[in-house]
Write a protein of this length. Structure first.
Length: 104
């Protein structure tokens, strides 16, 4: 994510940051059949990020308290990177054709 953020903020050197703390979101959907796969419903922080990320990317960090029942008492941060609306279209490719990432 860091390399993508560097690329997106290359022209301005800036990035918006939205931080929300003390969230207590469940680990499972309401029917407890599936895991939650998105920390935001698209109407809260992500909506704000889309509104302000026109020429500058926006990083949203959501702090999950990690209550003992669902998250084994481990707190963590959900990162959400919003690409600027006016970002040029880009294709990312690995340097090697086999798709493996190698240490230099």
């Amino acid at each position: 994510m860091i390399s993508v953020l560097r690329y997106l903020s290359k022209q301005t050197g800036k990035c918006y940051l939205i931080v929300r703390r003390n969230r207590n979101m469940s680990k499972y959907t309401q029917d407890r059949v599936r895991y939650i796969d998105s920390p935001d419903n698209g109407q809260d922080e992500r909506k704000l990020a889309r509104e302000i990320a026109v020429n500058i990317p926006c990083l949203v960090l959501l702090h999950q308290n990690g209550d003992a029942e669902c998250w084994n008492g481990r707190e963590f941060w959900w990162p959400i990177l919003t690409v600027p609306k006016n970002a040029p279209k880009t294709i990312y490719a690995l340097a090697d054709m086999d798709g493996r990432i190698r240490r230099k």
